[in-house]
Design a protein around this ligand. Structure first.
Ligand SMILES: Nc1ncnc2c1ncn2[C@@H]1O[C@H](COP(=O)(O)OP(=O)(O)OP(=O)(O)O)[C@@H](O)[C@H]1O
Length: 266
């Protein structure tokens, strides 16, 4: 297994408030890793640290075996593409213009797109079902359509690592399945994908490994069936639920009879 991205003893505080506490993880080529955990657990902060958008208070991130702090942001963008949680945009860029921005890390200043860039932009829009709205302004799209535009930008960027913060949050069920299948295909082709995801059933269906974050720490990690236990759901998500294997390989789970027990636990 080739480790593409790793962090050791990672810590981060907002002011005096520690939100990432001594996290060590490694991520391998070809994996689809789901980051799960309750609201405020630290998933987005961890993704931002892995992308180098914020600097750790302690510990280190390594990209392809080198400390991330040695990379320039432009060079990080050739390795990692990020699909952010907030995909709102102020300026009236067209869908195609946003997707084309994925090519920026590969182009010199004022260098025009070459044929290959145009093909990659077209392909990324085709894969995300956006061709018919290529000329529309992104701020006239629905939240879900806009999210697909940012996924297309990440695909056009051709980076081997995809970090995603709730990429399916505002997608309808059909597009959720399409986007997750697309990410799965990319990982089968050798990409590494790490995604924060709230829907634990979808996470268990698509991800090879789940990392459960709570209170800034890794509470559990492993195959979906190892992580999504009745005990972990109770302890970390404050729900009582039945968990049963979903597929024949017994990797993914179905969570039924969900009952909130947030108040009972207090
Ligand atoms: N800019 C900020 N300033 C101060 N505190 C912040 C800031 N951003 C996040 N936090 C706090 O850091 C903690 C971790 O937040 P983070 O967004 O990483 O959690 P998350 O697991 O991604 O949550 P969610 O599932 O709700 O998206 C939370 O307690 C949050 O309130």
């Amino acid at each position: 297994m080739t480790t593409q991205l790793a962090c050791s003893n990672l810590g981060f505080s907002y002011g005096k408030q520690p939100v990432i506490k001594n996290i060590s993880l490694s991520f391998n080529k070809g994996e689809f890793v789901g980051l799960i955990g309750p609201n405020g657990a630290g998933k987005s902060t961890l993704l931002n640290l892995l992308m180098g958008l914020i600097k750790p208070t302690s510990g280190e991130v390594e990209l392809a075996g080198q400390p991330l702090k040695q990379y320039k942001q432009r060079s990080i963008a050739r390795h990692i593409s990020l699909v952010p949680q907030d995909v709102s945009i102020n300026y009236a860029f067209s869908v195609r213009e946003i997707v084309a921005m994925g090519r920026n890390p590969h182009l010199g200043a004022f260098q025009p797109e070459a044929n290959r860039d145009r093909k990659l932009i077209h392909l990324a829009m085709e894969k995300t079902d956006l061709l018919r709205m290529a000329d529309r302004s992104v701020n006239q799209l629905s939240g879900g359509e806009r999210q697909r535009v940012f996924i297309a930008r990440a695909i056009a960027q051709e980076a081997p690592i995809l970090l995603m913060d709730e990429p399916t949050a505002s997608l309808d069920l059909c597009h959720q399945l399409e986007v997750l299948s697309l990410i799965k295909t990319l990982t089968k082709d050798g990409h590494l994908a790490v995604s924060a995801i709230h829907d634990v059933e979808l996470a268990s269906r698509f991800c090879d490994r789940l990392i459960l974050i709570n209170d800034g720490k890794v509470a559990a990690q492993g195959t979906p069936i190892d992580v999504l236990t009745k005990e972990n759901l109770y302890r970390h998500f404050s729900i009582e639920a039945d968990v049963e294997p979903y597929d024949q390989e017994g990797q993914s789970v179905r969570v039924t009879a969900i009952r909130s027990c947030g108040n009972d636990k207090k």
